[in-house]
Design a protein around this ligand. Sequence first.
Ligand code: GTP
Ligand code: MG
Length: 244
Amino acid sequence: RKNVERITTSSHALDDLLGGGLETQSLVEAFGEFGSGKTQLGHQLAVNIQLPKEKGGLSEPDKVAQAVYIDTEGTFRPERIIQIAKGSQIDPDSALRNILFIRAYNSDHQINIVKRLPSLIHEGRNIRLLVIDSITAHFRAEYVGRSNLAERQQRLNQHLRDLLKLATVYNIAVYVTNQVMAKPEGFFAIDQQAVGGHVLAHAITYRIFMRKGKDRTRIARLIDAPHLPEREAIFRITEEGIRD
Ligand code: GTP
Ligand code: MG
């Protein structure tokens, strides 16, 4: 993969876990129980993408890097963006302006928003990060029962292929969340075989399992990463955002 770039999470430990930050041309799935920090990391990344390159973002002197934030659960909080922006020395108003917020009302809507993103990019928007929080909620709500599982997985896999293509063609980072019960076993949104296959041999997916630790810490474990060891990082969620 050529021209891969990296975005800081504002935690050195978490950056190290990911091999130096969140990569463009890849899809990162944060999964874990409620309150484990998946949404907070999405907010942090939507701000950090706007930092200059030397500070861990992807902005250039004359070109601010922007994020698209697809919210399916109604948990995006502009006030939190303002706090995090202040913590990252970014003007809060411009931080909000450079996050294109879209509420997705059902899985069809979510899929279609992603399919329309290339036209936004072709209009000249410098989109370098896509956040989907959560990628699975609508699919879970709409496809209930065993008889619908196969169709759900098929549509989700197609959606993931759309995302990986977007990431590679436009050199953007894709961060998605997926709420699961406390154990890493069980339901995974991303089936590496089904999604990757031969078509997308160059796209990479990372899975981070997140859980609550002692004293308000959070623990992230990288699972099944192609070139990185399986290990853990500890971070905190502070008033200013994610920190070591
Ligand atoms: P679900 O979406 O329910 O699956 O959870 P999640 O993994 O998205 O959790 P989220 O990222 O929302 O993390 C929630 C936790 O972040 C809270 O329990 C707080 O510890 C922390 N948090 C959220 N907002 C703030 C804030 O404004 N200030 C501080 N200091 N911490 C916050
Ligand atoms: Mg959340």
